[in-house]
Design a protein around this ligand. Structure first.
Ligand code: SF4
Ligand code: SF4
Ligand code: FES
Length: 263
């Protein structure tokens, strides 16, 4: 197994593991934004840059997707690596100046503002890391969102920027968005979930007994399709939330037991 020496700490990792993995093993923190182990690393944000020693020269590489194939010497704390990551963070802060998540991470990196002009209102708060697009496609299998526009107009959007039938309002994109751009909004009166800014809405299954809101109908339907269970049959069973269903089952079991006892 190759050895990766990071800031003087040597760890061995399996071939094809990443520098980021090696750093974690060595107990060294590298900031990340677009990295998520459940999807292919696209290395879009560039925040995880480290300095790789190539013998005669050094090179900045992204730790989250750089594969370890032989012994490597890497510096996370060198002046060049720290300066590069801070520079990237300043650019990202200009893209998402209102993101609390980003400000917290920036502060941890010693960055407390940006010298760059902030972007226009319509692009604000998306760092274009692509994580939402990958999760929607690779994990949820929906491909409901993608990159649209070019240059300064580039943004994550649904096709034609309209509410998309492909979106099941699962909220996975909102959960992984590292800067909180995507929001899950609950519309109590309509019993619907909205995924903002994509304008997608879906009905929530509501427990007929206690009124508790459960999963969205399209999510439940997709799950049922995947495990090959008939949707109408499931819909009949999903009238109750798990808690009410348990209560009903317990009541029924009690009735049966008392009936048997009386006989
Ligand atoms: S909420 Fe819609 S856009 Fe987001 S991951 Fe789920 S299906 Fe994709
Ligand atoms: S919406 Fe969030 S996850 Fe998607 S590209 Fe923008 S910053 Fe990344
Ligand atoms: S976390 Fe590595 S490039 Fe974004």
């Amino acid at each position: 197994m190759p050895t990766v020496t990071i800031d003087g700490i040597a760890v061995t990792v399996e071939k094809e593991q990443t520098i980021l993995y090696a750093a974690k093993k060595a107990g060294i923190w590298i900031p990340t934004l677009c990295y998520n182990p459940s999807v292919t690393a696209l290395a879009e944000c560039r925040l995880c840059m480290v300095e790789l020693d190539r013998g005669k020269y050094t090179q900045l590489v992204t730790a989250c997707n750089y594969p370890v194939r032989r012994d490597l010497t890497v510096s996370v704390s060198s002046e060049r690596a720290v300066r590069a990551r801070r520079g990237v963070m300043e650019l990202l802060l200009a893209r998402a100046p209102e993101s609390l998540e980003l400000k917290v991470l920036a502060a941890r990196m010693g960055v407390f503002g940006t010298p760059y002009p902030t972007v226009t209102e319509s692009q604000r708060n998306c760092i274009l890391c692509g994580l939402c697009v990958s999760v929607c496609d690779e994990v949820m299998g929906c491909s409901a969102i993608g990159f649209a526009g070019r240059g300064t107009d580039r943004a994550v959007a649904t096709p034609f920027r309209m509410a998309s039938d492909g979106c099941i309002a699962c909220g996975a994109c909102a959960v992984v968005c590292p800067v909180g751009t995507i929001q899950i909004r609950i519309h109590e009166e309509e019993g619907e979930v909205e995924i903002s800014p994509f304008k997608s809405r879906a009905k929530l299954l509501v427990c007929e007994e206690c009124g508790k809101k459960m999963v969205t109908e399209p999510v439940a339907k997709q799950m049922m399709d995947r495990v090959n269970i008939n949707w109408d049959e499931f819909r009949e069973r999903a009238r109750l939330c798990p808690e009410c269903r348990r209560k009903k089952t317990a009541e029924a079991a009690g009735l049966i037991a008392s009936k048997i006892g009386a006989e």
